[in-house]
Ligand binder design. Structure first.
Ligand code: GLN
Length: 487
């Protein structure tokens, strides 16, 4: 069962060769054992999970199941799930039990899926290494001294360590793709607006997008089928026809044009990452794809632009944590203002405070035009670069992350170094495009390398097609860290 994909588990469950209680029990046992080694989970509730599994078994027995029925999924602790503590990796929400389900959770529940637990993450999804979590860092299953990436590091580590068959995450500047790359699993951030943000704790609303983590492109497609779709409760949710993201998986990829941006292969990328990415591109050429050079001249501005816009939006979104309605409240204070101040000073960690300070600064009178408005204009130019590139190619490929996983503590003292680990992912969020990462080999220290695929708007099915075909021809995605067979 350890290495079963969602696709395989669905077959076993439908044929009644396995029950959801057995599958859920198997993975919960791993979460409670191995999960501790990696600190991948914030909340586990075995009874709640098993009761959902029993309900799923009833559906399956009645022949009313669908593909995800009875399968346990881990959810990033950014999604509100009714009755579950939902912390967003913060002390501020460490006592918050969600009174309702996020759209994404609702969709999984409607499909009869089981919640296997809530995963560890960077505080309010701010980070690239999972070190900003109030609940401590997550460890990389390939090397416990290394980070799993962030901010969805718990979800990525959980899938890599086979603590769950698949998980959800969110990606504001790379938080699905970068941890997927660093832990050797697959992850996709859909086009902005494809998955509803309702009930997903807001970081930077114009960039936040939810997506799945799994071990195969096919499983990502199955999960996206459940997660995507219009939701009136999110004003940026897009009203589009329902898609079947598995529809193109087996299409031949011959003749597709892969754009290789010279900016992705310049100085910044580590040589072992470049080598693995080159080998992956060679594999796509063998599959009949053509490659063309494209330019993304404004991409170099994406990190500074993001670190104006994302903190600006965060400073507004996080103003709701005032200690009044929910969340941490300082135990002692003299008056209302003092209560606000102390609650926020105690409830937020250093990185979150840094972002709130930057955000309020760039939005303040006198600096708004120079920073915020300027960044909005540059965001437009970055998006235009992609539009131009997609006149010459069908998909863009390059590295997901400039290096393989770095060590815990290595970049924690240097925010700018940390911010630069998202240099290849952030532009995609600024443009609102879909992006994914798939395993594409190993670097010098035997840590996984991720290949990034960037599609045009709504081109998820084509990206999944390319990834699936690559996974039919290679076996990087089935590799597993050593020593994880026993729970
Ligand atoms: N690492 C980036 C940040 O710290 C992106 C995080 C994310 O995608 N949630 O903001």
């Amino acid at each position: 069962m350890l290495n079963f994909t969602i696709k395989q588990l669905a077959v076993e469950l439908a044929a009644r060769r396995l029950s959801s209680v057995e599958v859920t029990g198997f993975f919960i046992k791993r979460i409670k054992g191995l999960g501790k080694v990696f600190n991948a989970f914030i909340s586990v509730d075995e009874e709640r999970s098993l009761s959902a599994a029993r309900a799923a078994d009833v559906l399956l027995r009645q022949g009313k199941g669908c593909t995800l029925t009875g399968i346990p999924f881990a959810h990033k602790d950014i999604f509100c799930a009714q009755g579950w503590r939902t912390t967003c990796g913060s002390k501020m929400l460490s006592n918050f039990v969600a009174p309702y389900d996020a759209h994404v959770i609702e969709r999984f529940n409607t499909a009869g899926a089981v919640i296997a637990g809530k995963t560890n993450m960077d505080e309010f999804a701010m980070g690239s290494s999972n070190e900003t979590s109030y609940f401590g860092p997550v460890r990389n299953p390939w090397n416990t001294a290394a980070v799993p990436g962030g901010s969805s590091g718990g979800s990525a580590a959980a899938v890599a360590a086979r603590l769950v068959p698949a998980a959800t995450g969110t990606d504001t500047g790379g938080s699905i793709r970068q941890p997927a790359a660093l832990t050797g699993v697959c992850g996709i951030k859909p086009t902005y607006g494809v998955v509803s943000r309702y009930g997903m704790i807001a970081f930077a609303s114009s960039l936040d997008q939810a997506g799945p983590f799994a071990r195969t492109a096919e499983d990502l497609a199955l999960m996206l089928n459940t997660m995507a779709g219009f939701d009136a409760r999110d004003s940026t949710s897009l009203e589009r026809k329902t898609e079947d993201y598995t529809r193109d998986l087996s299409k031949p990829v011959r003749g597709l044009r892969i754009g290789l941006p010279s900016e992705f292969f310049a100085d910044g990328v580590a040589s072992d990452v470049a080598r693995a990415v080159d080998a992956a591109i060679t594999e796509f050429r063998k599959l009949g794809c053509e490659t063309v050079e494209v330019r993304l001249p404004n991409m170099k501005l994406s990190v500074p632009v993001y670190y104006v816009l994302a903190p600006a939006e965060a400073s507004s979104n996080l103003s709701r944590y005032d200690g009044v309605r929910y969340g941490h409240r300082a135990p002692e204070y003299v008056d209302l203002v003092d209560m606000y101040k102390k609650s926020r000073a105690q409830g937020f960690g250093a990185e979150v405070k840094r972002r709130i300070l930057i955000g309020t600064y760039v939005l303040s009178h006198g600096y708004y035009d120079a920073y915020y408005i300027k960044a909005q204009k540059l965001r437009r130019l970055i998006a235009q670069d992609f539009t131009d590139a997609f006149t010459k190619c069908d998909v863009i490929m390059g590295p997901t992350s400039p290096s393989t996983a770095f060590n815990i503590g290595e970049k924690a003292g240097d925010p700018v170094q940390m911010y630069l680990s998202d240099i290849y992912t952030i532009a995609v969020n600024l443009a609102g495009l879909p992006g994914m990462s798939i395993p594409a080999g190993f670097g010098d220290t035997n840590l996984p390398v991720g290949l990034q695929l960037i599609g045009n708007y709504f081109d998820e099915a084509r990206m999944l097609n390319l990834a699936h075909q690559y996974q039919q021809a290679t076996d990087w995605h089935v590799r597993m860290p050593e020593g994880l067979e026993e729970p």
